[in-house]
Design a protein. Structure first.
Length: 92
């Protein structure tokens, strides 16, 4: 895997994404075939998917239900918030 630093446009936001081994391998193969960096291809694919996403409540629920462990992580987060086991935003 090749990594390099590239300045981001002023109006952009950095986001870290974790991929499964299978998805990371596929991204690597696709980037190699396209003669481009994995990060560049990932950014392009994610931007396109977001642009094409239908923002209605049914599709969002289906999408979120497809994220492994999402419900469990949300429940843990809710319990942590209720118990006060949180970090104030100003401290981040």
């Amino acid at each position: 895997m090749m990594w390099y630093a590239m300045p981001l446009p002023q109006d952009s936001t950095r986001l870290n994404v974790t991929l499964t081994r299978e998805h990371a391998a596929k991204l690597s193969r696709l980037a190699e075939q396209a003669y481009t960096q994995e990060g560049t291809l990932a950014r392009s694919l994610l931007s396109r998917a977001i642009d094409e996403a239908d923002i209605d409540s049914r599709s969002m629920v289906e999408l979120l239900n497809g994220v492994p462990g999402a419900l469990e992580r949300a429940q843990v987060g809710r319990e942590q918030a209720r118990s006060g086991d949180t970090i104030p935003l100003d401290d981040l």
